[in-house]
Design a protein around this ligand. Structure first.
Ligand code: SAM
Ligand code: SF4
Length: 328
């Protein structure tokens, strides 16, 4: 079992399968661009499957694939099938921008995907295009419909409200829960990714998002027991639920149950700390499973007890590795 010195049990791996992306979201991709990781440095599927198998023998039960854009990586269903066949893995999720979802939704489901999160920051086509650096919202909406048709449940929609950019759409997103059984999740904007775009003024705390939503109607506890960072509420009678993921105003560090693995094979014990432990020398140097187990345990030992970010964090104190290279 993986347990850190604060007693947190680590049973969740968040794996970035690529640092490549087909969008350039203003809050995520640095405007000067990102130096891409060389292909040969990116973990092969067999290597990822081996890591998950070893992690599962240490008690990891849940895996989420992310990126960059995970659906940009070829034959992702091969990886999902491989992970699904590992004893002890109970959940496999994917976080995607949805651009390629229409094409892949049913094969993802068949391969064994159990959860999907789709990032969507605007419901307005031209604003969506601006935020994403050219994305076409219709493609994403069709992808979401296809995911529903394919039976991927639950469908979670992630929205990052940013002041002056899309905050006037908070209520519209919340209203979607009257029409669809989606989990609409408001993620607090964080000082990570496009560092030059971050400013404390653009950050909107959960409390403010909530107040705006409650102009529509009272929220009640959803009764949904998620053991992730989201806390869920609902409008009485609504089909869907509303979640808040508030890494800054209501941080969940004391419940953090995850390790991240970057696409180039570094374990990152905390999203907001630059500490990384490289698995590749062992993976590619003929190391055995015990050595990999030791590195996973070491990463858990190095896990900081909290991130210490505040709304006033300045960009030059924020995380260096871009979000697309860590895996959000
Ligand atoms: N490309 C996929 C996507 O967009 O869903 C997966 C990777 S993306 C880095 C994962 C999540 O990180 C997305 O929901 C995105 O909105 C979120 N994200 C990226 N930069 C962020 C930031 N600065 N603050 C808050 N969330 C951020
Ligand atoms: Fe790409 Fe996701 Fe970052 Fe947008 S948030 S640029 S889709 S990795």
């Amino acid at each position: 079992m993986l347990q850190d010195s604060s007693g947190r049990r680590i049973d969740y791996l968040r794996i970035s399968v690529t640092d490549r992306c087909n969008l350039r979201c203003i809050y995520c991709m640095p405007s000067q661009g990102v130096r891409l990781i060389e292909y040969k440095e990116i973990l092969r599927y067999e290597e990822i499957i081996r890591i998950v198998r070893i992690a599962s023998s240490l008690g990891v039960k849940k895996v989420r694939l992310t990126g960059g854009e995970p659906l940009r990586r070829r034959d992702i269903t091969f990886l999902i099938k491989g992970i699904a066949s590992i004893d002890g893995i109970e959940e496999i999720g994917l976080t995607t921008n949805g651009v390629l979802l229409r094409k892949y939704a049913s094969s993802l489901k068949e391969a064994g995907l159990t959860r999907i999160n789709i990032s969507l920051d605007s419901l307005d086509p031209s604003r969506y295009r601006e935020i994403t650096g050219g994305g076409d919202i219709e493609t994403v909406l069709c992808g979401i419909e296809e995911a529903e048709r394919a039976g991927l449940r639950p469908i979670s929609i992630n929205m990052v409200p940013v002041r002056g950019i899309n905050d006037n759409e908070i209520e519209a997103f919340a209203r979607l829960t009257f029409e669809k059984p989606y989990r609409i999740r408001f993620i607090e904007f964080m000082p990570i990714g496009a560092r030059e775009f971050w400013s404390p003024e653009r950050y909107i705390p959960e409390e403010e998002v909530r107040k705006r939503i409650e102009t529509i109607g009272r929220l009640e506890p959803s009764g949904l027991n998620s053991n992730g960072p989201a806390r869920y509420w609902r409008f009485p009678g609504a089909w869907g639920v509303i979640g808040f993921i508030s890494a800054i105003s209501n941080h969940f560090c004391n419940e953090c149950n995850r390790l991240r693995i970057t696409s180039d094979g570094k374990i990152r014990p905390c999203l907001f700390s630059e500490t990384e432990i490289d698995l590749k020398p062992v993976l590619r140097g003929g190391g055995n499973d015990e050595e990999l187990m030791r590195l996973l345990s070491l990463a858990v030992e190095c896990k900081p007890s909290g991130h210490g970010l505040t709304p006033d964090t300045r960009a030059n104190n924020s995380v260096l590795r871009p979000m697309s290279k860590i895996g959000g």
